[in-house]
Every structure is written in structure tokens, then in C-alpha cells.
Design a protein around this ligand. Structure first.
Ligand SMILES: [Zn+2]
Length: 132
């Protein structure tokens, strides 16, 4: 199953913030049940409860993407899970929740032509970061 760091990475990509309480509540049974933890708190009833308790539709989407990432991680492994989720978002296989603060939404709003180094084939500029 994906670590909480990956769930929170998806939060930042989708919402521009994290929902640690949502993930902690969903995975409360993880230490004792490992992958079987999804038998609990990963269903539609708990999704609805999350929206009510957090008073946030976005928290419900956080719940939704948590379940998607869990399933994708089983399918392709933890390492490729976030990239696979993004690919499925961009190809419409997973519904895309549009949050104005989400990094993916902000990238789309900027447009690729304005991103440094686009189009491909241009040599990247000198690095401003020094490796130590
Ligand atoms: Zn989980």
C-alpha cells in the first residue's frame, strides 16, 4: 500500500494542500490488518461521512483519490502509483476534480508553452542549484 507521503503528494497535486486527518482515519486499521485494512473505512458510506465531518467536498475527493491510489498501487506497485494516477487523470480514466489551488490545475492554467525549456529539444539553462 502507498505510504502516507504518496497520499499527501496526491493531495498537493490535486488540492494544493494535504488532508492528513482523512488519510489517518482511513488507514487507522492498517497496522493490524496491512493490505486488508481497506475492508474498513474505504467505502462510500465513509466517503459521505468524511464530507460531513470535514465539512468539505474536497475532503471527499481526497478520500476518493486515496482509494484510487491504493488500488493502483496494488496494480503497478507503489513506485509507479502516482505517475499512473496522473496518467489516468489526464486520459479521463479517473475523474479529475478541478481545484484552483491544485498543482495539476495550476500547471494546466499556465500552459506548457510558458514553461521554461518548452518546446523539447532546447538545451536546459545552467543550473542555479549547487549540489553539495
Ligand atoms: Zn488506505
Amino acid at each position: 500500500m502507498p505510504s502516507h507521503i504518496l497520499h499527501q503528494l496526491v493531495d498537493v497535486l490535486m488540492f494544493g494542500r494535504t488532508y492528513p486527518r482523512v488519510h489517518a482515519a482511513m488507514d487507522a486499521a492498517q497496522t493490524t490488518l496491512q493490505s486488508n485494512h481497506r475492508m474498513y473505512f474505504h467505502d462510500d458510506l465513509n466517503l459521505e461521512k468524511t464530507i460531513v465531518i470535514e465539512n468539505s467536498i474536497e475532503a471527499g475527493w481526497c478520500f476518493y483519490y486515496h482509494v484510487e491510489l491504493d488500488g493502483i498501487s496494488d496494480e503497478v506497485g507503489q513506485q509507479d502509483s502516482v505517475a499512473t494516477l496522473i496518467d489516468r487523470l489526464l486520459t479521463g480514466r479517473v475523474p479529475f476534480y478541478l481545484s484552483s489551488d491544485g498543482l495539476l490545475t495550476r500547471i494546466a492554467a499556465v500552459g506548457f508553452r510558458q514553461v521554461n525549456g518548452w518546446p523539447p529539444g532546447i538545451v536546459p539553462p545552467a543550473l542555479s542549484y549547487e549540489f553539495k
